[in-house]
Design a protein around this ligand. Structure first.
Ligand code: GDP
Length: 174
C-alpha cells in the first residue's frame, strides 16, 4: 500500500515573518525555493513520508501561512504537535531576540514533552550574517533545543535539520 505508515507526526514551524519558514518547508518537501511566496499564503500544511529504520513516518508539516505577522497564531496550530521548529534569520538579530518569545508561546500552547529544534536560516548570506554560532547555541541551550544552521536557498543542512528533529521524536515513541 502506498499510503501506509507507522506513525503520523505533526511538526509546526514558527518564528518571525520573513525568516524563511515557508521556503524551508518547500525545500524539504518539494525541493523548491521561491523568492515571492505571496501566492502560497493560506497553505496550511505539507505532507511527506520518510523512513527511519524500516518504519514509515508520515509528516504533517504546518506552516503559519502569515498568521505570525500579527502574533496571532491560533491555539489549534500548536495542538497535538510532536515537534516544533523555531526559526530565525542569521542576518537579522531581532529574529533571534524573539526566539525566547516564541518559546514562551510553545510552553503555553504545546504539549509539555514536545521536541524543539532551533534553526538559524539564510546561511548562504555570509556577508550579511550578524548572528554568531555561539550566541545562537546559547539561546538553543536556554530553551532546551538542538541547534542547526541552514540555507533554504542552497538546501544546505535542510534535510539534516528535519531529520534531527524527527529522530528525536521517533526515539520518544519507542
Ligand atoms: P517566512 O515568512 O518565514 O515564511 O519566510 P519566506 O520563506 O517567505 O522567506 C522570506 C524571504 O527570505 C523570501 O524573500 C525568501 O526568498 C528569502 N529566503 C528564505 N530562505 C532563504 C535562504 O536560506 N537564503 C536566502 N538568501 N534567502 C532566503
Amino acid at each position: 500500500m502506498i499510503d501506509s505508515f507507522n506513525y503520523l507526526l505533526k511538526v509546526i514551524v514558527i518564528g518571525d515573518s520573513g525568516v524563511g519558514k515557508t521556503n524551508l518547508l518547500l525545500r524539504f518537501v518539494n525541493h523548491t525555493f521561491s523568492n515571492d511566496l505571496k501566492s502560497t499564503i493560506g497553505v496550511q500544511f505539507f505532507t511527506k513520508v520518510i523512513s527511519i529504520k524500516n518504519e514509515h513516518i508520515k509528516l504533517q508539516l504546518w506552516d503559519t501561512a502569515g498568521q505570525e505577522r500579527y502574533r496571532s497564531i491560533s491555539n489549534s496550530y500548536y495542538k497535538g504537535s510532536h515537534g516544533v521548529i523555531i526559526c530565525f534569520d542569521l542576518t537579522h538579530q531581532e529574529s533571534l531576540d524573539n526566539v525566547v518569545k516564541w518559546y514562551e508561546e510553545v510552553k503555553q500552547q504545546a504539549d509539555f514533552n514536545v521536541k524543539i529544534i532551533l534553526i538559524g536560516n539564510k546561511l548562504d548570506l555570509s556577508q550579511q550574517r550578524v548572528v554568531g554560532s555561539d550566541t545562537a547555541q546559547q539561546v538553543a541551550k536556554q530553551i532546551g533545543a538542538g541547534y542547526i544552521e541552514t540555507s533554504a536557498l542552497t538546501s544546505q543542512n535542510v534535510d539534516k535539520a528535519f531529520e534531527l528533529l524527527i529522530q528525536e521524536i521517533h526515539m520518544q515513541l519507542k
